[in-house]
Design a protein around this ligand. Structure first.
Ligand code: NAG
Ligand code: NAG
Ligand code: NAG
Ligand code: NAG
Ligand code: NAG
Length: 546
């Protein structure tokens, strides 16, 4: 097979595949849900000034995806923007199917005027997640929305059905549009401090959540912003945490909750106060200037509008946040996506076979600001890594382009791919030697957050790990000058993006791909390339046709 790279992401050629590669990739008996989405530009005014937002079916934020464990989601995305576009599914594992992940390393961009039908299965998952546009700096313009995966009818959920179930997307926001922000980064500059915080696409007092006195509601809170950790709280009301990215937690009550970039949490809120309006407050954490935005919790028979000052919350305190993070634990007796208890998988008794230590650093390359993990600042090749791997196209990436340990050397550009073996159990340590909070997301997986603490990680840090009831999730924070350790069972073959959720850093190279490798070519281990895959490479099949 010979292959020739053709295109930059600006113009994408479609199709051309060897027919023999196909087979059915979805399981027939699980239900299907169909979505037709049209992605367009449209005027939005979240901070009072007109901006060009990215809308899905005319909506900002985009529509929620409601699904049930094991559903097949068939999402046909029409790109009506004037540039290539992709959606990615934060937290949806896409087992055996990294082709559908919708990041540049796995999926060719949908060309302007084109469409692509994602075929996802929310196999063995429950919980609260979100989708977002992964290319360029589109995330700064919208295109995101909530994803919820409900338990199947006969699987017990460890709390009563709430009277209402709300998606709450919070995030920092700029008045500058995504192309201007991207130009700043492309020219080697840093982004300014954001202009505000949005709650479901609205600025202060724009988002309303209706409740009835005496009833309990579920709020699925995701931080879809670009860089800031946010604290979430509701005047005079408590938050009972019940779920974190697919894990039912011990139901602990908090007066406020830190939500780091990329993370999702479900809380129950009981409307147990005199009937009136109450502030919902979201404010930045660990910033010298604190940005605050409010929404409104409105009782149905409300006696009046919000009053008094919005409640304050933690600002720069790290210990408060670290202690809260450590208090978030798995309810071992509750069911997850299956009827058996979440504690039946004893992750703490499995020996890890490999430790990978990851450390970020900023640096200047060719006169421009870049960010790296273990000295490598990621650059995307023209051909998605997964397609290069599948079609055995040489020269796109090198296994071994990435070190297991911080090198201490200077930053350089490369297409970093970490090679790992299918069915191994590994330990990752995020060592943050920088003075900022960070958060990292891994596609295709959820992992056990076994420990976090200040200072330098050493093998002795393992003595402090929670090997009993750590939460399994897909996005973890790493505090300034601190470390976070995770355990991952590598049971999902594919090419999976591990990235900083600090979006400018992700854009400037603080990410890499993990290739979870097996010699098996069985579809029990990995599906073949989907038959509708867009191909931004030109390929010659062995029988000579393109
Ligand atoms: C998407 O929306 C645009 C603008 O409303 C419209 O011109 C276009 O026909 C729509 N495309 C699809 C596939 O619905
Ligand atoms: C962003 O704003 C600039 C002007 O500052 C404008 O030239 C550009 O077209 C805008 N981009 C989008 C996508 O609206
Ligand atoms: C584009 O949409 C059409 C239906 O309008 C569908 O048949 C086709 O498979 C889609 N293309 C891709 C690449 O998914
Ligand atoms: C844990 O889940 C069980 C359901 O299996 C529930 O009865 C119990 O209240 C939960 N415990 C806590 C502390 O959340
Ligand atoms: C893990 O390693 C320890 C010490 O090497 C060994 O005693 C134990 O049997 C191993 N456990 C498993 C499940 O392999």
């Amino acid at each position: 097979m010979r292959a020739k790279m053709t295109l930059k992401t600006a113009a994408v050629a479609v199709a051309i595949v060897c027919i023999s590669a196909f087979s059915i990739t979805v399981v027939a008996e699980d239900p299907y849900r169909f979505f037709n989405w049209n992605v367009t530009y449209g005027d939005i005014y979240p901070l009072g000034v007109r901006q060009q937002g990215i809308l899905i079916n005319g909506q900002f934020p985009g529509p929620d995806i409601h699904s049930v464990t094991n559903d097949n989601l068939i999402i046909n995305v029409f790109n009506s923007l004037d540039q290539p576009f992709l959606l990615s599914w934060n937290g949806v594992q896409q087992r055996r199917n990294s082709f559908e992940d919708g990041v540049l390393g796995t999926t060719c961009p949908i060309p302007p005027g084109g469409n692509f039908t994602y075929i996802l299965q929310v196999k063995d998952q429950i919980g609260s997640f979100y989708y977002f546009p992964s290319l360029a700096f589109h995330k700064a313009a919208g295109g995101f929305g909530g994803i919820r995966i409900l338990s199947r009818p006969r699987i017990p959920v460890p709390f009563d059905d709430p009277a209402g179930d709300y998606t709450v997307l919070i995030g920092d926001w700029y008045k500058l549009n995504h192309t201007d922000l991207m130009s700043l980064l492309d020219s080697g500059r840093k982004l300014p401090f954001p202009n505000g915080i949005l709650i479901n696409g609205r600025g202060s007092n724009g988002a309303y959540f209706n409740v009835e006195q005496g009833k309990t509601y579920r709020l699925r809170i995701s931080n879809v912003g670009l860089e800031n950790s946010l604290n979430f709280r509701i005047q005079n009301h408590k938050l009972k945490l019940v779920e974190v990215e697919g894990t039912h937690t011990l139901q602990t009550t908090y007066s406020s909750l830190d939500v780091h970039v990329g993370q999702s949490y479900s809380v129950l809120v009981t409307a147990d106060q005199p009937a009136q309006d109450y502030y919902i407050v979201v404010s930045t954490r660990f910033t010298s200037t604190v940005l605050t935005s409010t929404g409104v919790l409105r009782y149905s028979n409300s006696a009046g509008p919000v009053s008094g000052p919005p409640p304050g919350g933690p600002t720069i305190q790290i210990d408060w946040s670290l202690n809260q993070a450590r208090s978030i634990r798995t309810n071992l007796t509750a069911s997850g996506p299956r009827p058996n208890p979440q504690g039946s998988y004893h992750y703490g008794l499995i020996n890890t076979t490999r430790t990978i230590i990851l450390s970020s650093s900023p640096g200047i390359v060719n006169g421009k600001q870049r960010y790296a993990i273990n000295s490598v600042s990621y650059v995307a090749p023209d051909t998605p890594l997964k397609l290069a791997d599948y079609f055995k196209i040489p020269g796109v990436f090198r296994v071994g382009s990435f070190s297991d340990r911080p090198t201490g050397g200077g930053i350089y550009l490369d297409t970093s791919v970490l090679q790992t073996d299918y069915r191994t159990f590994v330990e990752f340590v995020f060592q943050n030697d920088e003075d900022i909070i960070q958060s990292y997301h891994l596609d295709g997986y959820s992992f056990f957050v076994v420990g976090m603490d200040g200072g330098q990680w050493t093998p002795a840090s393992r003595n402090t790990y929670n090997l009993r009831d750590a939460v399994s999730r897909c996005t973890t924070q790493v505090y300034p000058k601190s470390w976070t350790a995770i355990y991952i069972a590598l049971d999902n073959v594919g090419m999976w993006n591990l990235r900083s959720e600090f979006w400018a850093r992700q854009y400037l190279g603080q990410q890499f791909y993990m290739r979870v490798y097996t010699t098996s070519t069985s579809i029990r281990d990995e599906y073949p390339v989907p038959k509708n895959a867009l191909l931004c490479v030109i390929m010659l099949c062995s029988d000579g046709h393109v």
